[in-house]
Design a protein around this ligand. Structure first.
Ligand code: NAD
Length: 456
């Protein structure tokens, strides 16, 4: 179906006010949940065929989050959508004041490929919870995954309300010619810039969920065994193709050797890739990314791993040591299973090096010394993160998830997502039984005195 037609249909449907009804929103969210449950197997197969992602990984990182947030929305939409009374103040006595949450309108969600279901459907679910219509443009890279999403959504929902548009750059470019009421984009920084520029032409508000190089501090008093487990899991989950994966390690010099040994032992314990791909590990999404990553493995700095299979697009978990900020692996977000380890002796210098670079999406700190932990938390700006863990902060829907600076703008998850797709309309509601005339001409000294008293 033509993009223009669907856009027009959605505009008309939104203007019919049906999506504003809380009962309608809850019904649609329940329907999305049952459609997903009914098609889970088909969706597992598609993503496995696209890049070897197992049912375990797909459930834990995609479906679980979708179901969790649907449940939160169903439970809270009614109270979140209610108008809220706020104090009025003397200047407007005897009026009352309230805020009315309202949906923005026709929205566009553009997804990234690395968690293809979650990154397209979660913002869409959030938009629906807030009362909008949605067009979803998933990433075209995992083509089977995009096709199955388009099939199950477009067969089960009217296009005037929710529609998946398949396609690549050309399709997105065409979509961007329409005046959406909100664009929610997840993807890379360079494409984020393109989206922001296109949105600016039509004054469309955007949420940009971008990427960046997320540092991971390992302090001298860190519990190395648990630290290694949590870092290895977070880094090599989805073969490192995770926006919030620890991109690189900054470890205190005096524990570097022991930390490296523990990391390597943990990788060996978690992943046995001698016979190729297993249920515990995924492929690199395509040849282009495989080639890009292969070039980043500097054999002279290789500490562990480095094995590759181009035919299967498989790169074993790899650790690089003695890395410095000038190395090619430190230029851009790695987005693959390569973990560079840099060491430091002075925490202030390590912090300064991180602050010299664009603000990252995440930052992780492993250690016990609260003074050092708090120093990093207060001095380094980043989207969100964790102390003695990685990635898991995003599973708590009571906290906003989003970047800052180059890692993005705006946030979502739970109420923060509802807010991202809502406008808060402020209303002053005044009776006519009192009309003090103080603000009207002709002005007098007495009126000025009164105004000073009332507004001062
Ligand atoms: P990408 O920017 O290449 O693509 C994202 C989307 O933009 C896709 O739907 C794609 O079709 C579209 N697109 C690509 N080029 C375009 C162009 N020239 N004009 C218009 N649209 C275009 O990103 P990706 O490779 O899918 O994802 C990887 C990036 O996304 C990484 O940087 C990662 O950190 C980031 N990411 C961020 C989050 C987050 O929540 N902050 C989550 C996942 C991924």
């Amino acid at each position: 179906m033509e993009i223009k037609n669907i856009y027009t249909q959605q505009l008309e449907f939104f203007n019919s006010n049906q999506t504003k009804e809380v009962s309608f929103r809850i019904e649609q969210l329940q329907k999305i949940k049952s459609v997903l449950i009914a098609h889970e197997d088909e969706m597992y197969t598609a993503i496995y065929e696209d890049f070897g992602k197992s049912k375990f990984d797909t459930y834990s990182a995609e479906f679980s989050l979708l179901y969790h947030e649907i449940n939160i929305f169903i439970k809270n939409i009614k109270s979140w959508s209610k108008r809220r009374r706020v104090a009025t103040g003397m200047a407007n006595f005897p009026a009352k004041s309230y805020i009315i949450p309202e949906p923005l309108g026709v929205t566009l969600v553009i997804g990234a490929w690395n968690y293809p279901y979650q990154l397209s459907l979660l913002p869409a679910i959030t938009a629906i919870a807030a009362g909008n219509t949605v067009m979803i443009k998933p990433s075209e890279l995992p083509s089977r995954t995009a096709a199955v999403m388009a099939k199950i959504i477009n067969e089960n929902f009217p296009s005037k309300f929710l529609y998946v548009v398949e396609g690549g750059v050309e399709t997105t470019t065409e979509l961007l010619n329409h005046r959406f009421d909100k664009i929610f984009f997840t993807g890379s920084i360079p494409v984020g810039r393109i989206i922001y520029q296109a949105a600016a032409k039509l004054l469309t508000p955007v949420t940009l969920e971008l990427g960046g190089k997320s540092p991971t501090f390992v302090l001298a008093d860190a519990d190395l065994k648990t630290t290694a487990k949590r870092i290895v899991w977070a880094k090599f989950f989805n073969a490192g193709q995770t926006c919030v994966a620890p991109d690189y390690i900054l470890v205190e010099k005096k524990i570097e050797e022991e930390f490296l040994k523990t990391l390597a032992a943990t990788i060996t314990e978690f992943y046995d890739l001698k016979n190729g791909l297993t249920e515990n590990y995924v492929q690199i999404v395509n040849d282009k990314n495989f080639d890009r990553l292969a070039k980043l493995i500097d054999r002279e700095k290789l500490y562990f791993g480095g094995e590759m299979d181009a035919a299967k697009r498989l790169i074993h978990p790899t650790i690089l040591q003695n890395v410095n900020f000038e190395d090619p692996v430190m230029e851009d977000e790695i987005f693959g299973p390569i973990l560079p380890v840099l060491s430091f002796t002075n925490l202030d210098q390590a912090i300064a090096a991180v602050k010299d670079r664009p603000k990252p999406l995440s930052c992780y700190i492993y250690g016990k010394d609260r003074t050092q932990i708090d120093k990093i938390l207060s001095e380094v700006s980043f989207g969100g993160g964790a102390v003695n863990d990685s990635i898991m902060h995003l599973s708590n829907s009571n906290m906003p998830f989003g970047g800052v600076g180059f890692s993005g703008m705006g946030s979502y998850h739970g109420k923060y997502g509802f807010d991202a797709f809502s406008h808060y309309k402020s209303i002053l509601d005044k009776p006519t039984w009192l009309e003090p005339n103080v603000k009207y001409a002709p002005y007098t000294d007495f009126k000025l005195k009164l105004i000073k008293w009332m507004l001062g």
